[in-house]
Design a protein around this ligand. Sequence first.
Ligand code: B12
Ligand code: SF4
Ligand code: SF4
Length: 376
Amino acid sequence: MDRAQFTSSIKEKARELGFNLIGISPVDSFPENQFYKEWLNKGFSGEMAYLERNPEKREDIQNVLPGAKSVISCAMNYNTDYPYSIEKTDKTKGWISRYAWGDDYHDTIKDGLKILMDYISSEFSDEVKSKLYVDTGPVLERTYGKYAGVGWVGKNTCLINQEIGSWIFLGEIITNIELEYDTPAPDRCGTCTRCIDACPTDAIIEPYVLDSRLCISYLTIELKDKIPSELREGVQNNIYGCDICQDVCPWNKRAHVSDKTEFQPREDLFNPDLSYISKLTVEEFRKQFKGSPIKRTKRRGLLRNAVVAMGNSGEKDFIPYIRECLGDEEPLIRAHAVWALWKIEGGQAKNILVSHMKTETDEMVNDEIDDILSSI
Ligand code: B12
Ligand code: SF4
Ligand code: SF4
């Protein structure tokens, strides 16, 4: 097989494995690498310390795989035939972002890439060296996706494909063989600014630049501590991730739907009752979210988010659930319950909070109560 034939056989195999888009870029030093460093220096990565690790690998993929020549970028559509988060109206329910409705994509994508990698080794030669990554590696996946022609990086910073939109997961194989390369897709955002206008926390601080510290996805998934009080209202009823800047994107209006069973919502879990989430025990959480991306937040993170959403609903029916959370063993949940109680009850929460303070031993929770009492 010559290089062109081999390249198309890899793409064909990837399609057989369920990848919707496959593109190949040469290993190169792209201008985006510089942007990444500036992004980190400005503190936009927040507490995601893993993004600062292995800078030499992100800078030069040769440090990931010596002799690397090509990056094969594969994308899998995870869109399902369910409503958009901007259509949600019931504030007594939480909203989970689309990518987390089904099974953990890391496993699905990794399994496919592993078979593809084995195919390349068996069809090419024993000297081929390859590595695969999905999400967690030191690879700027959107940048490589862009140069492989999979899509362009939109103003919302997501990789968007002209045909199927941005509801896609990315994964890649880095290899030491030379292949035929694709050309980058042109930017098709034009004068549109819908994502920037729709973001409730103004996290897209300028086109193509996202400050994670303001992003609901970061606040509800990555941040392990308290959600800053000034940002809690903006979180609305998003209890795991956020899709708003993609929901409004015109390129997603005709997004294809995936038939992968792995990505279909678990028992309508895209829009769960907040009261149900707030009562989950450690054991129930484990059972409910086994094999789901949601396990990342652990129970404490998800309940923190649900309590914030209950506060944002303004719904008095939630008071008994919030009071239950005020007695939770996790200080993080108690601290947000303090806020949620105040958010719904205002000054009327004073007596409950004063009395709770008498037995509260955690400094973070007491600080939260102090802040609220001084504002009442
Ligand atoms: C950290 C991280 C986050 C952070 C930061 C996101 C961000 N925008 O940077 C948080 C937690 C906020 C996040 C959220 C989400 N994430 Co995320 N995340 C990542 C991760 C692990 C690293 C991304 C990163 O390095 N960010 C730093 C910025 C600076 O880099 P970048 O986004 O790659 O941007 C490059 C380009 O934007 C380019 N660039 C583009 N335009 C321009 C313009 C100018 C002027 C310049 C100079 C540069 C430039 O330069 C940048 C650096 O190379 C990647 C996986 C990976 N290893 O790449 C997944 C990844 C980006 N996330 C993904 C997903 C699905 C999400 C969410 C949709 C999940 C959700 N529903 O909540 C949201 C989307 C939010 C959004 N609008 O981006 C997918 C994206 C798929 C896609 N279609 O783009 C990825 C690729 C995971 C995967 N394997 O599928 N994520
Ligand atoms: S994911 Fe949500 S919070 Fe983050 S930039 Fe998009 S709209 Fe804003
Ligand atoms: S909403 Fe508009 S500006 Fe934002 S990514 Fe989509 S096309 Fe680009």
